[in-house]
Design a protein around this ligand. Structure first.
Ligand SMILES: [Mg+2]
Length: 475
């Protein structure tokens, strides 16, 4: 038999080789990792709740609506300017919107001439997860309202952001939103039986599975029952899959701090009591920290794989501090890969036009140098290059013509997947700032947990060779 073919949409993309055979335990996040929500419905619900809270706080937000296509994961909010920006891996801004209005190229260059997006600065907030789309959309629309003079400017763009976060935190915490989801899980949760099969494969292969979620117990149990139980063999429940269940984990501080662990003693009433000692298989725990998980498992960081969808909350800290192996779940990869695929013929054309353009540009610079040497007389023109003004003019018009062919193709490439912001992983021809964070912290990334079904729990996930700028010269 030959190796199974895997659609690129469902590939597992590897930054650093992982041998799944030597992974003894796998920890899973729940929201947007094991369980995928209908993003538009979830974020619209969050947006609507937050809007209600902003109205109570006195903000004139009656008219604003959530537009799911207006923002993407991987953007940064620039709190100093009231902008949303997309940057390259080096932090250069390549697209920016003030509130909801996109900046013209010159204006963008003036604003960001001396500025790199540095996520460590308080000035920037990164849109890390699909839960943050409503936040970015609310913020942009509040900036518009402030610029229109409908919000007093005293609180500033930083203050607007604090109001947005407070309203969304309130919406997430007061339970109304989650009660609405639990009441109608079939409306919000996208079923994925293959994701359940992936965990069964790992469980039966002897991997020690853990659920480590920031969601509270009452919510976790309803959602996991809904998403998992119908797809498990009869008599088995989602609880049987996991050796350890930790809710309200408070990631990322779960990975960095030394917080007490509580046991949920009455699961129906969600009653807690401090728990001294080890994590016990089969029980539900609350809080705690990653160090206790390592002690419980008796494993070192490189034997533990952690799978989550939050670049900072899940994979950054588990990788940077504990050296756990990490997998990032990015659902948008499916539409991104699909977009790249359908653009392929145009993409190849663009590539060959760019190669032609580079060669014309090189020729043009050589002729300019030949003309300079000829005019001043300090050296002969480079061999084979004419000091010919007419040649220079002809090259210039050829370049102008080729640019006319390139522009529409380059514009389409910059709008793949999202009309306004373009692809998640690319900024122009470079990697996006988001892609840079992914390669730094995620050993591998994939669109959904179900994709592990295609590689088996015994696979060696090998990193592929990485191209460097000099590679293309060597061929
Ligand atoms: Mg999550």
């Amino acid at each position: 038999m030959s190796a199974p073919t895997i659609d690129p949409e469902h590939g597992i993309f590897v930054n650093r080789t992982i041998n799944l055979r030597s992974i003894k335990a796998i920890g899973y996040d729940m929201d947007y990792t094991l369980v995928h929500y209908n993003v538009d419905d979830w974020e619209t619900a969050a947006f609507t709740h937050a809007k209600g809270r902003l109205l109570e706080m006195g903000f004139p937000v009656e008219q604003i609506e959530f537009d799911p296509s207006a923002v993407i994961r991987g953007l940064a909010i620039d709190l100093q300017e009231g902008n949303l920006v997309k940057a390259t891996r080096f932090g250069y801004v390549i697209r920016a919107a003030h509130g909801t209005s996109f900046l013209e190229y010159d204006q963008m260059r003036r604003t960001y001439a001396g500025t790199m997006v540095d996520l460590a600065e308080d000035r920037f907030e990164f849109i890390n997860t699909l839960f943050s789309l409503s936040e970015a959309s609310l913020y942009a629309q509040l900036v518009d309202l402030m610029d229109e003079g409908r919000i007093e400017t005293g609180i500033g763009y930083h203050g607007l952001y604090r109001a947005v976060v407070a309203s969304l935190d309130g919406a997430h915490q007061d339970g109304t939103l989650k009660r609405a989801i639990i009441a109608e899980p079939e409306r919000f949760v996208e079923p994925d039986p293959l994701g359940v099969l992936a965990l069964l494969d790992q469980f039966e292969a002897g991997k020690r599975l853990m659920l480590i979620t920031n969601s509270e117990w009452e919510y976790t149990v309803r959602i996991m029952e809904h998403a998992f139980d119908p797809h498990l063999p009869s008599g088995m429940s989602w609880r049987d899959l996991f050796e350890a269940i930790i809710v309200s984990a408070d990631k990322p501080s779960f990975f960095t701090s030394d917080k007490p662990l509580y046991k949920v003693v009455d699961e129906d009433a969600a009653l807690l009591r401090p728990h001294i000692g080890e994590i016990e298989p089969g029980s539900v725990f609350f809080g705690g920290c990653a160090a206790q998980v390592e002690t419980f498992l008796g494993l070192s960081g490189d034997e533990i794989l952690y799978v989550g969808d939050h670049l900072f909350g899940d994979v950054h800290f588990s990788k940077a501090l504990l050296r756990w192996r990490t997998a990032l779940i990015l659902r948008e990869l499916e539409s991104e890969v699909e977009g790249l695929r359908s653009f392929l013929p145009d993409g190849l054309k663009l590539e060959s036009l760019m190669a032609e353009k580079s060669s014309l540009e090189a020729e043009l610079s050589a002729v300019r140098l030949a003309l300079q040497r000829d005019r001043i007389g300090y050296a002969p023109p480079p061999p084979g290059v004419p000091a010919d003004k007419k040649k220079l003019d002809s090259l210039r018009s050829q370049l102008a013509a080729i640019d006319e062919e390139i522009t529409p193709l380059a514009v389409s490439a910059s709008r793949l997947r999202n009309e306004a912001w373009g692809p998640l992983m690319r900024s122009g021809i470079d990697k996006s700032l988001f892609a840079r964070q992914v390669e730094k912290y995620a050993d591998c990334y994939t669109s959904r947990v179900a994709n592990f079904v295609n590689v088996s729990p015994f696979a060696l996930l090998r990193a592929s060779r990485v191209d460097l700028p000099h590679d293309t010269w060597i061929g």
